[in-house]
Write a protein that binds this ligand. Sequence first.
Ligand SMILES: *Cc1c(COP(=O)(O)O)cnc(C)c1O
Length: 354
Amino acid sequence: MSRFMSGRFASLESYVPGEQPKTMQYVKLNTNESPFAPSQGVLDAIAEQSGLLQLYSDPDATNLVRQAAQVFGVKESQILMTNGSDEILNFAFMAFGDGEHPFVFPSLSYGFYPVFAKVNSIPYREIPLIEDFSINPADYHHAGGNIVIANPNAPTGLTLSLKEIEGILQTNPDHVVVIDEAYVDFGGETAIPLVDKYENLIVTRTFSKSYSMAGARLGFGIANEALIADMNTIKFSTNPYNVNRMTMAAGTAALTENDYYMNNCRTIVAVREWTKQELAQMGFTMTDSKANFIFARHPKVDGETLYKKLKERGILVRHFSREDIKDYNRITVGTKQQMEAFLAQTKAILQEEQ
Ligand SMILES: *Cc1c(COP(=O)(O)O)cnc(C)c1O
């Protein structure tokens, strides 16, 4: 740290993203990207906008918001488009968190939540999961702060039902409840229909996973228009042109071809279930993931060894070294062919180790 760095950030530990290897070609199953390319309409939309880069992008993202309002069945005033969903999450922390309004979230979830709290000097409290890694919704009743929950959760893939989420909304009427639906298209139940009923609900979504656009950086929030207006105040106070021209057009095109993406999600779900069966036959145990990843451990090989040996063999998965999950690996669900390669290498490693 330089001597000029603000003391506010003296103990800030920033978020550590998964590896993006630059050298070797890996079967890349470590950051939950889609294995499928964007649709042709998205590529065409980007090409068209690239010739107009001398112009700022639309600060209201008018066309994209209109299209999203149609697809998700909400009003345009209930949507805010952001630079990835990381940005809408940060806007929610900034807009609604302070000393009197801490944030509350599960002790095992998206690793960015504590970082958003710290970078904004917002106190936070982590609630432990139950032994099987599931969230006990009652732990979030009258939580005494704003709440953020990923549903499905990461890195477990476990879900809460809409009924359980409603219970959390009803028992925290004076705090916002953020439901992070980054993985909802792979088997979760969306809370979007609850937005009209609960003025404290914010649903966040991303184009990074189910819409094959991780590299374009696009996400959004859906909430009642007063919450959206508050978060817009933050947006227009930090970066009015937060979504670039090409990404904005790409997002609009992707939503007009929604069927292509939802069909890809169905394929990924089928491959997930098949891969889980194969892993179970090899002796792995895993959570009932409803996301585009599998969270698995093997009784005979520790998580880090499997991660390292797979990497030597050209397969990249995600291993977290924290104590409570160090036996596990998070494996993104790729194409059937990629998963066949992963399974074959895993089988060979298990034979070596036993
Ligand atoms: C991937 C992910 C996000 C954010 O992704 P962006 O690429 O910033 O849209 C948010 N929450 C969870 C739980 C995620 O896994």
